[in-house]
Design a protein around this ligand. Structure first.
Ligand SMILES: Nc1nc2c(c(=O)[nH]1)N[C@H]1C(S)=C(S)[C@@H](COP(=O)(O)OP(=O)(O)OC[C@H]3O[C@@H](n4cnc5c(=O)[nH]c(N)nc54)[C@H](O)[C@@H]3O)O[C@H]1N2
Ligand SMILES: Nc1nc2c(c(=O)[nH]1)N[C@H]1C(S)=C(S)[C@@H](COP(=O)(O)OP(=O)(O)OC[C@H]3O[C@@H](n4cnc5c(=O)[nH]c(N)nc54)[C@H](O)[C@@H]3O)O[C@H]1N2
Ligand SMILES: [Mo]
Length: 691
């Protein structure tokens, strides 16, 4: 590979042949992080496939990413910088401008704000791409140098991450392939077939070898369909179920006392708490039968090796952090960690952390002034509407959004939309498409897709690192995120040499020397050197090497019959809003072939709840509460349990009915740990839409 400029022309060697295969990595926010095989003919990507030799990808891609080329060559790609010419409260109208004009004007606007207080400028980004280079490298340098407000990136995994760190010291757990050897797998708060497909491959191997699979999820998902048993508990009740299982494990002495003594702090306290949770009390809180609790405990207490695939679904409620702590402690009671096919996995990202050089990519030392304030991305609705104050600091005057679509995905969208629609807010959005957020921008800057730039990736579902080589030149006038921030830095007069580093130079610095970049490049991925059964003899990455069990307790929802009976009388249905299978959060909603599979925005409702409201299958309904109202089609469905409705997410507002999506009704209450949103802790009512 030559030292060619990595963000515009392709290396000469790569572009010589008419047909070639390029090593890629799926950029999406998904635990699978697949290795891609990208076929390019005459400088056009004609096929995106999974790499057959990569262990967890094994040649298979999900429906979404197998259509990645359709997304890249989409007729509606933003391919030139766009400047807003209509008022924020009017229908969006933009006109194309040159990069020079856009960058100079943006720099001038930001400089004027920064001269008063750079904290009035806020970056807003998440995991539109999970790449380390197109994620937070030059962008982070830019905002550090500027002294902008910092963003607390809590929107997805904040509660679970904080819970794992408090309990185990980091986000660490079992290694994906060994689930295939488990004899019992609890798939807990995870719709694996939809959102973690390559885990399902290993679970299915275990199933074929005779393992029992149990799905614990309020919704009867496609994953639940394929398990031996489904326990449809109420949203937000997982902590109570975990305590009930502990109660039974203690009562029957299905405990590994040696493991508990040797490796767990706080067991006596936890034990005393668990003894207050007999099956009948658990059944009441969880909305299931006492027999289900007893039977689940028997299975878990008497089967070795037993594994738990815990996922983020359960931590999107007020008590999400404590729920994750309690579930995550179960393998310590039975000593399941002794076997490589036992224990649990929520996220593997703690394993790769020591191999990453984040500080080298982000350069925190560029900050010149005092440490800036931190804004939580999950309360952007409230925060955009806040005036300056001593507590809050300056009003947010400018937003730079990349790798995220907050107007669609952030909770309580009526407030998010009002905030973005402020006439005095200056908003720049780096995007592939005119999303709901781009519609409210002052400038939209065209960004490259994964096929058009170089990147390196880690995974939160497996323990390989991957490279994504640039397959084709940027389309139209698109530039990579890194290049946009390089040019913006230059326009702002930032002269530090680190802003000139190329993507390849960044990629070479992304990992410690334990990862050989040439080997990564040659194979496309590298596996981290890790022990098969990491905690067989303890050695957790906590301060004292022991698991921390103290303090974990059940925390009730913000919104439930038990915690807020008055609210529940008006809004008796609990709504969860897990992802639709053919979208990736709000990405791909505009890919027509995928949208056609999903059909239209739906709320799944149990037959009893529909009948009680005189609603028929297929009716257009209003899902509402005091915060807002979401219009969609009702599906009478066995996937919904009584009392819980499933509003599948996350549609673009403008492609849904009546310009709304499911976040119209969610709220900004934060979780008990990690300050994350509680999307699935939400009471609503339904009514037929007046004709
Ligand atoms: N196809 C597809 N794949 C995706 C995504 C996508 O949008 N589409 N999103 C990606 C991202 S960003 C993430 S974070 C992950 C999300 O994937 P997961 O971590 O699996 O989380 P969710 O999909 O939010 O929820 C998983 C399951 O938890 C259930 N659930 C809801 N509330 C509760 C509860 O209180 N307790 C329990 N036990 N279960 C509950 C939901 O019904 C759902 O079936 O998937 C990634 N993969
Ligand atoms: N009600 C409800 N709301 C939810 C959830 C839920 O389950 N229910 N899930 C939550 C979760 S888990 C998450 S992670 C968040 C996700 O929220 P986001 O991280 O905002 O994810 P997406 O909606 O996929 O939007 C990512 C955007 O980044 C853009 N993008 C992709 N690659 C690039 C790139 O290289 N450069 C630039 N500039 N842009 C790029 C895509 O075009 C896309 O519009 O949503 C949350 N919102
Ligand atoms: Mo997420």
């Amino acid at each position: 590979m030559s030292q060619a400029d990595p963000y515009s022309p392709l290396s000469p060697s790569a572009s010589q042949s008419a047909s070639r295969v390029v090593k890629g990595a799926c950029p999406h926010d998904c635990p699978d992080t697949c290795a891609l095989k990208i076929t390019v003919e005459n400088e056009r990507v004609i096929k995106v496939q999974g790499a057959a030799e990569h262990r967890s990808t094994h040649g298979a891609l999900c429906t979404k990413v197998s259509r990645y080329a359709e997304r890249t060559y989409h007729a509606e790609r933003v391919l030139r910088p766009l400047k807003r010419v209509s008022a924020k409260h009017e229908a969006p109208r933009f006109e194309p401008v040159s990069w020079r004009e856009a960058l100079d004007d943006i720099a001038a606007r930001l400089q004027a704000i920064a001269a008063r207080d750079p904290q009035a400028i806020l970056p807003y980004s998440y995991a539109g791409t999970m790449g380390l280079i197109q994620g937070e490298s030059i962008s982070a340098r830019f905002f550090n140098r500027l002294g902008a407000s910092r963003l607390d990136r809590t929107i997805c995994a904040g509660a679970g991450g904080a819970a794992m760190t408090a309990t185990y010291g980091h986000k660490v757990g079992m290694h994906l392939p060994f689930f295939a050897e488990s004899k019992l797998i609890l798939i807990w708060g995870s719709n694996s077939i939809a959102s973690n497909l390559h885990f399902w491959t290993f679970a299915n191997q275990a199933k074929r070898a005779g393992a029992k699979l149990i799905c614990i999820d309020p919704r009867k998902t496609e994953t639940a369909d394929k398990c031996h048993q489904h326990i449809a508990l109420l949203p937000g009740s997982d902590g109570a179920l975990a305590l009930g299982l502990m109660h039974e494990l203690i009562q029957h002495d299905w405990l590994d006392h040696d493991y508990l003594n040797a490796h767990v702090d706080g067991w006596d306290e936890l034990k005393a708490r668990a003894l207050q949770w007999p099956p009948e009390r658990v059944a009441e809180v969880c909305g299931i039968t006492a027999e289900e609790v007893v039977q689940l405990a028997r299975d878990y207490g008497q089967t070795q090796p037993a594994a738990i695939r815990l996922n983020y679904g359960m931590q999107r409620v007020r008590g999400g952090g404590n729920a994750v702590r309690l579930v995550a402690l179960l393998p310590c009671l039975t000593g399941a960690w002794r076997n490589r096919a036992g224990g649990l996995l929520l996220s593997a990202s703690g394993w790769v952390a020591p191999f990453k050089n984040s500080a080298r990519l982000e350069k925190p030392e560029l900050l010149q002034g005092p440490e800036p304030r931190i804004i939580n991305m999950s309360t952007i609705g409230d925060d955009l509407l806040r005036p300056s104050s001593a507590d809050f600091g300056p009003r947010i005057e400018a937003l730079i959004v990349y790798n995220s679509n907050p107007v669609a995905v952030a909770p309580e969208s009526p407030k998010v939309v009002s905030g973005f629609a402020r006439s005095d807010l200056f908003t720049v959005v780096l995007e592939h498409f005119m999303t709901d957020t781009a519609d409210l921008a002052d400038y939209v800057l065209p960004a490259t897709t994964q096929l058009e730039h170089l990147d390196v990736h880690t995974s939160y579902g497996h323990t390989d690192v991957l490279i994504n080589e640039q397959a084709i030149a940027p389309i139209g006038e698109a530039k990579s995120n890194t290049q946009i921030f390089r040019e913006l830095a230059a326009a702002m007069g930032f002269t530090e040499p680190c802003f000139a580093e190329t993507d390849e130079q960044l990629a070479r610095q992304a990992f410690t020397s334990a990862i050989d970049f040439e080997a990564l490049r040659a194979q496309g991925w590298q596996s981290l050197p890790l022990a098969d059964a990491p905690f067989a003899a303890g050695g957790f990455p906590t301060a004292n090497g022991r698991v921390q069990a103290a303090g974990a307790d059940y925390v009730a929802n913000y919104e439930s019959r038990a915690s807020n009976p008055d609210l529940a009388r008006r809004y008796p249905l609990a709504m969860i809003s897990p992802p639709a299978r053919n979208f990736l959060n709000s990405s791909f909603v505009n890919v027509k072939s995928l949208r056609d599979i999903e059909g239209e925005p739906l709320v799944e409702v149990h037959a009893e709840d529909a009948a009680a409201r005189g609603l028929q299958d297929g009716a257009m309904v209003r899902v509402f509460n005091d915060r807002g109202s979401y219009v969609c089609r009702l599906a009478v469905s066995a996937r919904a349990r009584p009392g819980v409705v499933n509003g599948l997410g996350v549609w673009w507002r403008k492609l849904g009915a009546a310009g709304s999506n499911v976040n119209e009704v969610t709220h900004q209450g934060l979780t008990d740990m990690g300050q994350a949103p509680s999307f699935y802790d939400c009471l609503v009512e339904l009514e037929a839409l007046a004709a």
